[in-house]
Design a protein around this ligand. Structure first.
Ligand SMILES: [Zn+2]
Length: 382
């Protein structure tokens, strides 16, 4: 990231283009070092991330993420959240349908797409639906925009309460800092409180801005900084909290307009469409474009995963993720067994993927027994 910042000054291309001309690994190392130095707190460990774990024992099966054929199989289980993934084609069909529909039919259409929604959007949809059913029962006509505004009245105080508690956690975290530094930060936290409760009209609260502020903030104690950063990241985001979703989307958009019912309806489904995830994060590994390093995933779930290592991501909810990944593998296997993908490159996808996961997790995540028992003997030898 530093390279990108200074590259215009040096008159050269930003990293992405420059990478082509330079040995890739060198750049990758450089990027990671920058990140390590940002995250050297005790709670975050990058053990095992620095070393290259993924070797080319398996013959290279390269493909651009956009061409990854597995992502075109309909109704796969999302390995991150367990809901169904929508193919790009499926998403286009949805858009076509909802854009042609009358507003009163939006909820019925959304209901048909429920199984594809990511967990937060599903929770939001269920609250909207519940509210709408009540309105119908009382003889009224439900409007999505109005319902979302009503829900905001309930959710905003809930969200503010959570956020204010986090500010208190931040105040606790800086107790050990020198007096002057503590006072300076406490003043900033006062402003933050004003922003959260809407007293500062010029600056609406944005989680991203808060994180960026903490990242840039000069704090003498690295441990305290890491703690503050952890708290900043734990503020509810609209992708993980239904409360935050409703508050964010019931407000004005960037142009200062209310969001239309159509916009809201599309938003509930848009991140359910397919994306190709790199099992081992893209910028740590040279062979990241090998199909054995790909899994299809919800667009939304993939952007949540960002560049976490496989194990960091898996350990966020190991019990659920273990089942979701298994279901994903099962769905893909079924499609491959039915001959839905002709390309020979994909013939051993399941086996390769299972072995890749086994290796990345140092044997902790093991689906070999179920999907490729024949590899167990061979593997124990190396
Ligand atoms: Zn998902």
């Amino acid at each position: 990231m530093y390279i990108n910042q200074i590259s215009p000054l040096l008159g050269c291309q930003p990293l992405k283009t420059a990478q082509i001309k330079q040995p890739k690994q060198q750049n990758i190392k450089e990027q990671r070092t920058v990140e390590y130095s940002l995250w050297n707190g005790p709670s975050v460990s990058f053990e095992g991330r620095k070393k290259r774990q993924y070797s080319s024992v398996l013959a290279g099966k390269y493909e651009k993420p956009s061409k990854f054929r597995i992502a075109r199989i309909p109704n796969l289980t999302c390995p991150a959240c367990g809901q169904k993934i929508m193919t790009r084609h499926g998403y286009t069909t949805f858009l076509d349908k909802i854009r042609k529909a009358k507003e009163e039919d939006y909820l019925t259409i959304l209901d048909e797409y429920k199984e594809y929604m990511c967990p937060t959007e599903l929770e939001v949809f269920d609250s909207i639906k519940e509210h709408a059913d009540r309105i119908v029962k009382e003889g009224g006509t439900p409007h999505i925009t109005e319902i979302v505004k009503d829900l905001r009245q309930i959710k905003l105080p809930e969200l503010e309460k959570i956020q204010l508690d986090k500010v208190e956690d931040m105040r606790d975290a800086i107790q050990t800092l020198p007096g002057a530094e503590k006072r300076r930060l406490n003043e900033k936290f006062n402003t933050l409180t004003e922003i959260i409760v809407g007293l500062n009209k010029k600056a609406p609260f944005r989680r991203k801005t808060l994180i960026e502020w903490v990242e840039k903030c000069k704090i003498s104690d690295d441990y305290v900084k890491t703690e503050l950063l952890d708290i900043a990241y734990s503020f509810p985001s609209s992708s993980e909290s239904a409360c935050a979703w409703i508050v964010k989307n019931s407000g004005k958009d960037k142009q200062g307009n209310d969001r239309s019912a159509l916009e809201l309806a599309e938003k509930l489904v848009s991140i359910a469409s397919t994306s190709t995830d790199h099992v081992l994060a893209r910028n740590i590994e040279l062979n990241h474009d090998d199909i054995t390093n790909y899994m299809a995933m919800h667009k939304g779930c993939n952007s949540e995963k960002t560049d976490k290592s496989f194990m960091e991501w898996y350990n966020e909810s190991p019990h659920e993720r273990h089942i979701f990944i298994r279901n994903y593998l099962k769905d893909v296997k079924e499609a491959l067994d039915k001959g839905k993908i002709k390309d020979k490159k994909y013939k051993d996808y399941i086996k390769d993927c299972v072995l890749n996961i086994y290796k990345l997790s140092k044997g902790n995540v093991d689906y070999r027994e179920e999907f490729c028992p024949e590899t167990i003997k061979d593997k124990s030898e190396d």
